[in-house]
Design a protein. Structure first.
Length: 391
């Protein structure tokens, strides 16, 4: 029966099936290794459309059953607020609601999930899905430095300094406004306070100048929680240029490769940049948020994402390893954050064995694969925590 069904499939589908069938060795390694994914946008989705992630939720890219199936151990939950939410005065409330959501997973299903506040607690929670929290956009801090401690106390362990627009802390790579020419004076204080507390500085999304400022100020390594290399997307400043990636590595940090097709594909990232510029112009011209969102939707329809495979992520990892070295590369998928625009064989947290299979086929040793999957990120987090003031 199986053979007949297989014969009826068009050739391209056979390719997809083949790619999605990782070897037993890859499955085993995915289960054995500690997989740390530094960017999953599940909490943001929960605010608009709550689902019980302790069970199966097929329309999402992260839930408990698929995390177990894929061998995922430490998915960082992104506490995301947009520039628009900040400007509407909603960032504080939305961030706190998302934190409540993540904490509730661990309290409702303590047999399945554990809130993770320190890398020292990974070992004792093996078997559970551990949930550290990273705040994507420092907007909820407002202009009050004491809120950095507040969010540390609520469990936040990294902060992406800004998102789609320049904020009170740093300039964004999505726009050319360069309000501060890098970090703001307040942003410099925020970075120092994060160092003091042991909150990781995440340099994804910030402008090149802001990244240079961060590296000048920080006492400890930094991470890029979900980024790619600009080498593959020359017009798109959201991805890192080689020289700054090398600087991150020189300071001991790690670059976590994102899986979204926009990070991987030159044409899509170029179109995406043009779309973003047009949306910025509409905003300046006084168009309503509804009009801008309608344009965004239509643009997505007119410019479908390319059909990519895991090889494009593997190419990115190969390149990253070549430029910054095996000790400075990890993974930050951006699952649940890129509208499903992902390689066809890397669609959700259950697909990590596909990535592992690809790494094995490209000749990486098991020890090196463990570094990429999570070892590097845990080393960096441990170093940052060790340098923090005891409190
Ligand atoms: Zn992001």
């Amino acid at each position: 029966m199986r053979r007949i069904a297989f014969a009826l499939l068009p050739l391209c589908m056979i390719g997809v099936l083949h790619a999605a069938e990782p070897s037993a060795r890859a499955r085993q390694l995915a289960q054995d290794a500690i997989i740390v994914d530094t960017h999953i946008d599940a909490p943001e989705n929960a605010i608009g459309d709550w689902n019980d992630l302790t069970g199966s939720v097929p329309k999402r890219e992260f839930d408990y059953p698929r995390a177990k199936e894929g061998g995922l151990d430490v998915p960082w939950m992104s506490i995301f607020t947009s520039a628009e939410e900040d400007q509407a005065g909603k960032a504080w409330t939305i961030a706190n609601l998302q934190i409540d959501f993540v904490r509730s997973l661990a309290t409702r299903a303590p047999d399945k999930f554990a809130l993770l506040l320190s890398p020292q607690d990974v070992e004792k929670n093996i078997g559970k899905i551990m949930l550290p929290m990273g705040m994507e956009n420092g907007a909820p801090i407002g202009d009050d430095l004491s809120k950095v401690q507040f969010f540390f106390d609520r469990g936040i362990r990294y902060i992406t300094l800004c998102h789609g627009e320049d904020n009170r802390i740093a300039d964004s790579s999505y726009v050319d406004t360069a309000k501060w020419g890098g970090l703001s004076p307040f942003g410099e204080k925020v970075v120092a306070e994060m160092n003091r507390l042991g909150i990781i500085v995440d340099v994804s999304h910030i402008s090149d100048d802001a990244l240079r400022d961060v590296l000048r100020i920080t006492d400890v390594p930094v991470i890029a929680s979900h980024s790619g290399f600009r080498h593959f997307t020359p017009t798109w400043k959201r991805n890192l240029p080689d020289d700054l990636a090398k600087d991150i590595a020189k300071e001991g940090g790690v670059i976590q490769i994102a899986f979204g097709t926009v990070f991987l594909d030159a044409k899509q990232s170029k179109e995406w940049g043009e779309k973003r510029a047009q949306m910025g112009a509409m905003k300046k011209a006084g168009k309503s948020q509804a009009e801008i969102e309608a344009f965004d939707k239509q643009f997505a329809k007119d410019h479908p994402a390319p059909v990519l495979h895991v090889d494009t992520v593997l190419d990115h990892i190969d390149y990253a390893v070549k430029v910054v070295g095996i000790d400075h590369v990890g993974i930050g998928s951006d699952f649940d954050g890129v509208s499903g625009e992902l390689p066809v064989d890397l669609k959700s947290v259950k697909d990590f064995p596909v990535l592992v299979d690809g790494l094995l086929k490209r000749g990486y040793s098991e020890a090196d694969i463990r570094k990429i999957l999570g070892g590097n990120m845990l080393r960096v987090w441990t170093a940052i925590e060790a340098k923090a003031e005891k409190h």
